[in-house]
Ligand binder design. Structure first.
Ligand SMILES: Nc1ncnc2c1ncn2[C@@H]1O[C@H](COP(=O)(O)OP(=O)(O)O)[C@@H](O)[C@H]1O
Ligand SMILES: [Mg+2]
Length: 252
């Protein structure tokens, strides 16, 4: 399988002078086309920082990150922003949506920038995505008139507008109730089935058990990895037990 993203010996440190701390301490990771991976680990272990490093949201101090073979460090800020906008989609715990725009406009807003496509065509694509994720009727709604799960769906639509190669999700279900979280995971699985790679950060073993490769982080390093067959909707118990057993083995 072709690599989409490759990180080699990534070092990221925070602080100055003698106070410097390596938050990523020589992390290497590859993500391939169409993969569904997750990163688990205790709070503060560097999961979000790794995601920011691999997606070029943050510059790294040492090491190499490439996206489809392109060294992110060689890109100017605007080129990097373009690459993120066209090649990657982001979903966070809480979608950052604008209060003064309805849901449809929130979804299409980032696509209106630097885009030669017609507004009507962009809106049509957004409507199709809203239909696809089950929020078609919310088009004209204010964001205060939608549930957390519905807003997260809107966030996913927004992330899919550029037809990204990979979706990054930093605890995308962390703020949702169990049912909404399961629905969002199903949606992400479907998107992945259709060929988009997905990388999730989670501390929830149920979420991680639905992915096919789980990387375990501790103190800025990937200390172990668990590979599972692609999830078919069955045997979640057994998968979860394997994840939990691995966590115990590592001691996280
Ligand atoms: N901008 C920052 N400045 C200083 N320290 C940071 C910054 N971002 C993260 N850190 C520190 O890096 C460590 C890892 O953070 P993070 O990647 O957010 O962990 P996780 O997502 O696994 O909870 C934490 O100790 C955190 O305090
Ligand atoms: Mg985090």
């Amino acid at each position: 399988m072709k690599k989409i993203i490759s990180g080699e010996n990534i070092i990221k440190q925070y602080g100055t002078g003698g106070e410097q701390r390596k938050v990523l301490d020589g992390v290497s990771v590859d993500i391939h086309e169409g993969e569904f991976v997750s990163v688990m680990g205790p709070s503060g272990s560097g999961k979000s920082t790794l995601m920011f490093a691999l997606s070029g949201m943050d510059r790294i101090d040492e090491g190499l990150v490439t996206f489809e073979g392109k060294d992110l460090a060689s890109l100017e800020d605007d080129e990097l922003a373009d690459l993120r906008r066209t090649g990657m989609g982001f979903v966070f715990q809480q979608p950052t949506l604008m209060k003064n725009l309805n849901i449809l406009d929130n979804i299409i807003l980032p696509s209106m920038r630097g885009n030669r496509r017609k507004a009507a065509e962009i809106a049509e694509q957004a409507r199709q995505l809203m239909q696809r994720v089950g929020i078609a009727e919310l088009e004209k709604r204010d964001i205060t008139q939608a549930s957390g799960g519905q807003l997260q769906r809107a966030g996913i639509c927004r992330a899919l507008m550029s037809r990204p190669r990979i979706i990054f999700g930093d605890e995308p279900t962390g703020a949702l109730n169990l049912k909404a979280a399961q629905e969002i995971m199903e949606l992400l699985s479907d998107i992945n089935e259709e060929g988009t790679a997905v990388m999730l950060v989670t501390h929830d073993a149920v979420i991680a058990a639905k992915t096919e490769r789980i990387m375990f982080m501790c103190d800025g390093s990937i200390v172990d990895e668990l590979r599972l067959p692609r999830f078919s909707g069955q045997d979640i118990e057994e998968r979860m037990n394997r994840v939990i057993a691995k966590m115990r083995e590592i001691g996280i």
